[in-house]
Ligand binder design. Sequence first.
Ligand SMILES: [Zn+2]
Length: 85
Amino acid sequence: MAVTLDPQLLDILACPSADHAPLTAGTPDDPAADVLTCTSCGRRYPVRDGIPVLLLDEADGGRPAADPAGAGDPETDGDSEAGSV
Ligand SMILES: [Zn+2]
């Protein structure tokens, strides 16, 4: 069954990842799938009982954020690490 989300709702939903990109219903391979696919990172979020579960822990697939080929900058901001004591 295809995702039957309100287009207006889909319009305001965004990927919980750092890209905050718009989401699209279904997947490129299966437009009728009960998932929302991020248009940027490609993560797929399940839709359960008509409610999109926009949690990174629940996300499926997607491209890895770290690209080894592009790692030329030794400085890391550590945006996800709360290391301040
Ligand atoms: Zn994303």
